[in-house]
Write a protein that binds this ligand. Structure first.
Ligand code: FAD
Ligand code: SF4
Length: 323
């Protein structure tokens, strides 16, 4: 690992001051450090200065009928939060499946949302792929069994954060802060496709940090369903979060978001249209799931993910309808 200077910011203001004038990659914020330190050890990023932001807000509070979750809240504390569990089961289910207890005890909500892609070519310093300024995506003709089935490249990563998927299903926003002040960004507009931003994954500027996740009042029924390789601690192969606003037994409106299938959390509006105005039955859930994956374009080694994604959507819808 390259030597770096370390700044321990004691609050949001100090963190922003320390990151101000940052050029991309030269100064980086560190929360739990689990993802960042691994990337530094593998020379994927080599910041000159690391700014600890562990002292950002670590509270979960009620706000505007919803919840305001500090970026420095540990994933384990989100899992234990009674109000979050009662009102946002899709988020808490996703949180309790992240990694292992050790990972959830160190990893923060902000760090989880901002974690970098897991593509093995990206994580290996031997491969100077497109995303690192090289000329080709090695996944296209290489090992792509865990890569995207939506999005058409030119980089075929899948978005890694399990928490971002339900946050978008709930219509959440991110509060971000930088030297020019704070702003709120619709979580559904926060993540960017590779053809919009090849070297990063979000609209966040290098001198900004995520300070809070803001959740509006949830729909009456919601759930997340993830499919993993055995009961392992690894990232899901495919996931889906569903948030239903009900009128009696009929779905008034739905949000269906898929994880681990595209470079960003992938909203399935075709599935949402199938659900709107219907009562949920097994057949309707299956029809919505089929609509969700209708546009999938697998790579050479990952066509199996279409069925898995379809199953995740169907089971998330059925789980939400029973919640
Ligand atoms: C074996 C294993 C299994 C895992 N399984 C899963 C899984 O199933 N699902 C899942 O979602 N994750 C999974 N993870 C990832 C893990 O949850 C993340 O590494 C962790 O949440 C990162 O949190 P952190 O606080 O340590 O972030 P850090 O490592 O400190 O930061 C991660 C990145 O985000 C940036 N950053 C951090 N906080 C902020 C902020 N507030 N504003 C702006 N930028 C910020 C950092 O600069 C860095 O680039 C797994 C990890 C491991 C090791
Ligand atoms: S999928 Fe993206 S990160 Fe992975 S090799 Fe291709 S360009 Fe690089």
């Amino acid at each position: 690992m390259k030597a770096f200077a370390y700044v321990n910011a004691t609050n949001e203001k100090e963190a922003i001051a320390a990151l101000a004038k940052a050029e991309r990659g030269r100064m980086l914020p560190m929360a739990g450090g689990m993802d960042l330190l691994g990337m530094m050890k593998d020379y994927i990023v080599s910041p000159e200065r690391v700014v600890s932001i562990r002292n950002l807000d670590q509270t979960i509070t009620s706000a505007d009928g919803g919840l305001r979750i500090g970026a420095a809240v540990k994933i384990a504390d989100l899992v234990e939060h009674a109000q979050a569990r009662r009102l946002y089961p899709a988020l808490v289910t996703a949180a309790e499946d992240v990694g292992t207890p050790q990972i959830r005890n160190v990893g923060t909500v902000g760090g989880n949302i901002m974690q970098r892609p897991r593509c093995w070519y990206f994580r290996n310093e031997e491969f100077n792929c497109l995303k690192k300024g090289g000329s080709r995506c090695f996944a296209v003709e290489g090992e792509n069994q865990y890569h995207a089935i939506f999005g058409d490249g030119p980089c075929h990563i899948v978005h890694p954060s399990s928490l971002a998927v339900p946050v978008i299903a709930y219509g959440g926003r991110f509060r971000v802060a930088g030297p020019n002040g704070a702003r709120e960004i619709d979580a559904g507009q926060f993540f960017q496709m590779p053809n919009q931003n090849l070297y990063g994954e979000t609209v966040l500027q290098p001198d900004e940090i995520v300070t809070h996740v803001l959740l509006p009042a949830p729909g009456q029924r919601s759930a997340t369903y993830e499919v993993r390789f055995k009961q392992s601690h690894d990232w899901p192969l495919a996931a889906a979060s569903v948030n239903l606003v009900m009128s009696g037994l009929t779905v008034r409106s739905a949000r269906v978001v898929m994880g681990a299938v595209a470079p960003i959390p992938w909203r399935a509006q075709a599935a949402e249209r199938v659900l709107a105005g219907k009562a949920i039955t097994e057949a309707i859930a299956a029809e919505a799931a089929a609509a969700a994956v209708a546009g999938a374009r697998p790579m050479t080694g990952n066509a199996y993910k279409i069925q898995i994604a379809k199953t995740a959507v169907k089971r998330a819808i059925l789980a939400a309808s029973r919640a």
